[in-house]
Design a protein around this ligand. Structure first.
Ligand SMILES: *Cc1c(COP(=O)(O)O)cnc(C)c1O
Length: 416
């Protein structure tokens, strides 16, 4: 698709008009980015190098190196890369041998792409309510959801927190003889009893989508400690197509533009200018078809060498950035103490990574865009806007999840 200059100009004009409006209202313009992106100038330069020199684009050795480095860093036996956490989930579903007609318990507060990965495999997601301490699956609500068709439980660790019922969920699944899939898309690097999340279930998956803990623009990793499952994951990966050259090129360009969008100090004016200068827009992570629950044409891709190379560079910095995220949380703890808001629960023996700091506010405050600017000088996030974010589809029978949909906002945890 050709770059739409009139539209880009209009967007630029809109953004700067909004900035002028904010300045006139005494509101901040240079707010810390809500997406605390780990993309630095080195990553942008690396992407440009790969764009210029395409000789190694098909080098699978670089992909293997990235997976090995991730597995080692994560304390996992094996890791397999894909073009999204959602694809890593598809791979896990396939590796576990889940079949059409099977049911999987899923938190009723998740990303639409998680439900999609199950539905695309013919599996029925059975939504179960969450708790409001860490926004994880509520173990006390599971009993009524289990049936003879339940073949797995998908748990998640949201916002960088380790979920409250982690151990109880693991032992429940093990007593039923069914596997746990751990969705660690928002919690790469969080630990419980010194072990990184994702390693206690049968399979775990992670995301390097650009708004998550580390970024390859889009990307994901599936891990397992089980050699049989590893063989199946490998098989799934071998059959998966690589993105075509055009898409890989778009991903690399998105890395360059993401640096401007989230990390350049002049980003509040420079973002659109840079996009126009290159005639490029960053790729959207979730297509409108996916939001509607439709399977996109390029669904199910594995990671090519240039993107794995970006991942390798990111891994070198991930610990430093996760420390910074942790360092950003205490300011919000103090704010909660002062205002009487509930702090998110950090369970005993866990070390969260605070991708964002979730807090429940009054219902009207989630939809108002200016109160956090006025009161806190920041833009707040709205994960999740529905039970199946970012679609507008909601689910019945999950009252706590619905409350979070109406009241949970996420405060930024900047890393610079
Ligand atoms: C982002 C996210 C996913 C999907 O990861 P992608 O890499 O975007 O496919 C799954 N689950 C949760 C909780 C997420 O936040």
């Amino acid at each position: 698709m050709a770059f739409n200059y009139p539209y880009a100009l209009a967007r630029c004009a809109y953004r700067q008009t909004r900035n002028i409006g904010r300045l006139m209202a005494g509101l901040p313009v240079r707010t810390p980015p809500l997406i605390a992106s780990t993309v630095g100038e080195d990553d942008a330069e690396l992407a440009i190098r790969w764009l210029k020199d395409r000789r190694q684009w098909n080098e699978e050795g670089i992909v293997r190196e990235y997976e090995k480095a991730f597995a080692q860093w994560n304390g996992s036996k094996r890791a397999f890369s894909f073009m999204g956490g959602r694809i890593a989930l598809s791979a896990s579903i396939s590796a576990l041998g889940l079949k059409p007609g099977d049911e999987v318990i899923v938190p009723g507060y998740t990303c639409v792409v998680v439900a999609n990965a199950l539905i695309f495999a013919g599996i029925q997601p059975v939504f179960c309510d969450i708790e409001l301490d860490t926004y994880g699956l509520d173990v006390s609500r599971i009993e009524g959801k289990m049936s003879a068709a339940t073949k797995a439980i998908l748990i998640h660790h949201l916002y960088g927190l380790v979920c409250r019922d982690y151990e109880k969920l693991l032992s429940l699944a093990s007593s039923r003889g069914i596997p746990i899939i751990e969705d660690c898309a928002q919690s790469t690097g969080a630990t419980f009893k010194g072990i990184k999340v994702g390693n206690r279930g049968s399979c775990g998956f992670y995301s390097s989508e650009h708004s998550k803990i580390f970024s390859t623009v889009q990307g994901g990793m599936a891990v397992t400690g089980d050699e049989q499952l590893a063989i199946k994951l490998e098989e799934f990966q071998r059959k998966a197509p690589f993105p075509n050259e055009k898409r890989t090129e778009d991903l690399l360009w998105s890395m360059v533009l993401d640096f401007r969008r989230y990390c350049d100090p002049s980003r509040w004016w420079r973002t659109e200018v840079e996009e126009m200068a290159h005639g490029r827009r960053p790729l959207e992570s979730t297509t409108s078809a996916e939001i509607q629950g439709l399977r996109p044409v390029n669904w199910g891709e594995r990671m090519p060498a240039p993107i794995a190379a970006l991942g390798l560079n990111q891994l070198k910095k991930i610990d430093r950035f996760n420390e910074a995220r942790r360092g950003a949380a205490p300011q919000w703890d103090s704010w909660c103490n002062k205002t009487g808001n509930n702090k998110p629960l950090v369970i005993a023996e866990s070390k969260p990574v605070f991708l964002r700091y979730p807090v429940m506010v009054k219902p009207g405050q989630k939809t108002s865009h200016s109160w956090t600017l006025r009161a806190l000088g920041i833009e707040a996030g709205v994960w999740f806007i529905s039970n199946l974010h970012p679609s507008h589809r909601n689910i019945e029978g999950c009252p706590a999840a619905n409350e979070a949909v109406h009241r949970c906002i996420n405060l930024p945890c900047p890393i610079r």
